[in-house]
Design a protein around this ligand. Structure first.
Ligand SMILES: [Mg+2]
Length: 315
């Protein structure tokens, strides 16, 4: 999908914008005119000319109210840095509605880079750390089962020393990150209900796994686990739970915590219970660890085969 840009007022020239985008190796860019924005997600680049402040750019999240009108939800100033030097956190994910006073007080004070959307949601935000663009909301997501997918299947692993990462998964995480997907882990941890270990150990393990993955350059946005199990659990954890896959509870939690575009999202697991039945979500199930007869999703002999299929499905 081409990145659509509306240059407004005395915004940077098309040549300057193209130069920045070229550095980002973004070939698919379409410049809109203001009568082409209805119903579109686009990046609005606008320059207010009266520079009374010592910052050069304001970058904000805005929502298109109607033709030529935007509602500012949030902005940050860049303290005079060049656009190219802004970090990926420059535009935050959480939008909040600012009072109109706040907005009015800053009108006409700098160059404003707004993220706008004709559908009342956000599309792509400009950032420039390493010359990337990021999407700020409604990003697709790569959901991952843990045991058997991120790490080798084992006997209820719960310590980092028991974790052997499956390196064949790494290209898939890289692919997802390059496409600005979120990466979220959904894992059933019946070992808690069975009394083998507690939730704190699982959380500690996830913190350590997260650090190990980040060291290798693979960031994970969130780790969700289900501690409940029926009928073999103990105490408070012996119960049916919507959180336990194949029920969608963990996925719904993730959808509540992150703005996710399910239509372009995918799940990788190694059990029938990982083939989550949610509209739009595509599941890929790895063979070898469990009985997959009657699996409702496609199954694959290895993670390389899953990766090839993903590339085919998400061209
Ligand atoms: Mg598994």
């Amino acid at each position: 999908m081409a990145l659509k840009i509306l240059l407004k007022g005395s915004s940077p020239s098309k040549e300057v914008v193209e130069k920045v985008l070229n550095k980002q190796e973004l070939k698919e860019v379409e410049f809109l005119s203001s009568d082409q924005t209805a119903g579109q997600d686009y990046l609005l680049l606008e320059n207010a000319t009266n520079l009374n402040y010592d910052f050069k750019y304001l970058i904000g999240q805005a929502r298109a109210r109607g033709q030529g009108e935007t509602e500012l939800l949030e902005y940050r100033e860049n303290g005079g840095q060049e656009l190219e030097l802004l970090g990926p956190d420059f535009v935050r994910n959480e939008a909040k509605v600012l009072s109109s006073d706040y907005f009015d007080g800053h009108q006409g004070t700098g160059i404003r880079y707004f993220l706008a959307s004709g559908e009342g949601r956000f599309g792509i935000a400009s950032t420039a750390h390493k010359n990337e663009l990021i999407e700020v909301e409604h990003r697709p997501c790569l959901f991952l089962d843990r045991d058997g997918i991120i790490n080798e299947e084992g006997d209820y692993p719960h310590k980092i020393s028991q974790i052997i990462f499956k390196e064949e998964l790494f290209p898939i995480i890289s692919w997802a990150r390059k496409k600005h997907y979120r990466v979220i882990v959904l894992t059933n941890q019946a070992g808690i209900a069975r009394g083998f270990f507690g939730p704190r150990e699982v959380e500690q393990l996830h913190t350590e796994m997260d650090q190990e993955l980040r060291k290798r350059g693979f960031a994970v946005d969130a780790w969700y686990y289900c501690p409940y199990y029926w009928p073999k659990g103990e105490g408070a954890y012996k119960k049916h739970s919507l959180l336990r896959k194949p029920a969608p509870g963990m996925l719904l939690k993730a959808l509540a915590d992150f703005q996710i575009n399910l239509d372009k999202s995918l799940m990788i697991g190694d059990k029938i219970s990982d083939a989550l039945q949610m509209p739009g979500l595509k599941s890929y199930i790895l063979e070898g660890n469990y009985d997959l007869s009657d699996c409702p999703a496609d199954t694959f002999s290895d993670l390389d085969a899953i990766y090839r299929q993903i590339l085919e499905d998400f061209k």
